[in-house]
Design a protein around this ligand. Structure first.
Ligand SMILES: Nc1ncnc2c1ncn2[C@@H]1O[C@H](COP(=O)(O)OP(=O)(O)OP(=O)(O)O)[C@@H](O)[C@H]1O
Ligand SMILES: [Mg+2]
Length: 503
């Protein structure tokens, strides 16, 4: 269609890992000044294709052409020198180094005799940070930054290079709305300066907002390319998973039972104040609000990771103190955390052991853990959550991002908790599995579990919740039943505007 020479082309790329054909004869190209989305289910091969382009993996077959030139990307630094910048799905920064050192790693500015020119380093770093409008400076330690700010450091690193192509692998997963605006501005700047942008995301609204074309992978194979302005959700989903989804379908509703969890005037410093709510058996309560509204801190208190400064928690009517996660687990409270990498998984450990980790003591037969029981648990949740892995022996670190998330969910489900708290349960999960996880959450409620769902995605909370607690700046603004909630009154509540003020 277009006569323009692509900024780069990947031709007939094949890549196999033990037991997995991650990429099978995939071709893909991006034009200068184009935002090209790469989509596909969890494990479809998106990150692997980009790791081939970024010099992290060598392809078994196929070639990469930059401009007119076939090239080999020997290493990430080599790819960078050829103008390929990669912003990773799992952050790849060194925690113990400063922001400036991370940005210029391997290329620190030098004075005579090879000494690092720190003044220049900090000055040029701050110059770039200014463009991104961030609140930290060049000397900050990366380990002290929030995940969102760490992401901004990766983006800053991209801006130091004379890039031909920039790859964003699920960049918005942990950004606030304000940070997303900054990111989209950066992308738009790069685009108008003629850089080709490859954008991986599971979020349809972003795809429609910023991309020009969409290419789809399925099971490691190329399925086709669509023009964003001429397509819709259904066509993309069809190409991705081979069927369409009816997302408007009503989920199962159940009778609710007695109150399991009651929180009375709970406060935790300035994180949240005077929070009161109840959750009943068979009920899903959604917590909706902006990032930083205090939702995760409440979840962490209920899971024994934070001590409340005032107020009480009751379980089955009894006042309870929860001092540690072990305490919480003993009382039947499970938390699927928001940051799976830091809190949820041991990446070097295999899939089965990650899933059964909190239960090892219970599964013991004599001095040994009963292997059969562990494998049975793994198999059950692999099938139920459609976890894509060649087997339980695979290290979790080798699974795709979305499949790692499913392992964390499986781990906590397999404990049969009374109260299950899930924090951003479908972050990084593809559309097909997302609706499966929503069904699963409803099914769990049907079995009598009390479920708390924290989510920043309005369609998600609206879809799964019986009641919705709207939070703003550490306070509960309002609690809605599913009958009375609308998108408008929910947005009002989480913006800190009370209904009467608006009217
Ligand atoms: N280093 C590795 N060793 C073994 N298998 C791997 C490795 N890296 C990826 N895989 C496998 O290759 C397949 C493709 O994974 P990839 O990470 O590319 O998926 P993805 O499309 O990025 O998915 P997601 O949306 O979940 O991030 C998966 O089956 C994954 O488990
Ligand atoms: Mg990926």
């Amino acid at each position: 269609m277009s006569e323009q020479t692509p900024a780069l082309r990947l031709e007939n790329i094949t890549k196999t890992f033990p037991g997995v054909k991650a990429l099978d004869d995939v071709s893909f190209s991006v034009l200068p000044g184009e935002v090209h989305a790469l989509m596909g289910e969890n494990g479809a091969g998106k990150s692997t294709l980009m790791k081939v382009l970024g010099g992290l993996h060598q392809p078994d077959d196929g070639q990469i052409i930059v401009g007119e030139q076939p090239v080999r990307m020997a290493s990430p630094l080599d790819a960078k020198s050829k103008g390929i910048v990669f912003i990773h799905q799992e952050l790849s920064l060194a925690d113990e180094l400063t922001v400036a050192e991370n940005i210029y790693l391997g290329e620190l500015p030098r004075k005579r005799f090879g000494l690092v020119d720190w003044r220049r380093l900090y000055a040029q770093t701050n110059e770039i940070l200014k463009r991104l409008n961030v609140s930290f400076d060049a000397r900050a330690l990366v380990g002290d930054l929030s995940i969102a700010n760490q992401q901004m450091v990766e983006i800053a690193r991209a801006l130091t290079v004379d890039a031909k192509a920039v790859i964003f692998d699920e960049p918005t997963a942990s950004l606030t709305d304000a940070e997303k605006v900054v990111l989209f501005d950066v992308i738009s700047d790069l685009k108008s300066s003629g850089v080709g942008i490859i954008y991986i995301s599971h979020r349809m609204e972003e795809i429609f907002k910023i991309t020009d074309r969409i290419s789809v992978l399925r099971d490691g194979a190329y399925r086709g390319t669509l023009e964003t302005s001429k397509t819709n959700d259904e066509d993309i989903t069809q190409l991705m998973i081979g069927r369409t989804l009816d997302l408007s379908r009503n989920l199962a509703h159940h009778d609710v039972g007695d109150v399991v969890l009651k929180v009375d005037n709970l406060s935790c410093g300035h994180l949240y104040e005077n929070v009161s709510f109840e959750v009943r058996h068979g009920e899903v309560v959604g917590f909706y609000g902006l990032v930083g509204a205090g939702r995760t801190a409440i979840a962490e208190t209920l899971f024994g990771l934070r001590e409340p400064t005032a107020g009480r928690i009751y379980l089955d009517g009894q006042p309870t103190r929860i001092h540690s996660p072990a305490d919480a687990i003993r009382r039947g409270i499970s938390l699927v955390p928001e940051d799976r990498k830091a809190q949820g998984l041991v990446l070097g450990m295999n899939c089965r052991d990650n899933m059964t980790l909190p239960q090892v003591d219970d599964l013991k037969a004599g001095p040994f853990v009963a292997e059969g029981a562990e494998i049975a648990i793994f198999d059950q949740y692999r099938d139920r959550l459609d976890i894509r892995t060649p087997g339980w022996r695979q290290s979790v670190g080798n699974l795709s991002g979305g499949n790692q998330q499913k392992i964390v969910i499986g781990k906590w489900l397999s404990m049969h908790p009374n109260v299950l708290i899930v924090d951003e349960p479908t972050r990084g999960i593809d559309v097909g599995s997302k609706s499966e996880i929503h069904n699963l959450i409803r099914d769990l409620a049907g079995l009598g579990y009390a479920v708390i769902v924290i989510s920043s995605e309005m369609p998600e909370v609206l879809h799964v919740s019986d009641r919705i607690v709207a939070m703003f700046s550490g306070k509960i603004m309002r609690t809605f039943t599913s009958e009375e909630v609308t998108e408008d009154n929910l947005i009002q509540a989480i913006s800190g505007l009370s209904a009467d003020k608006v009217a």
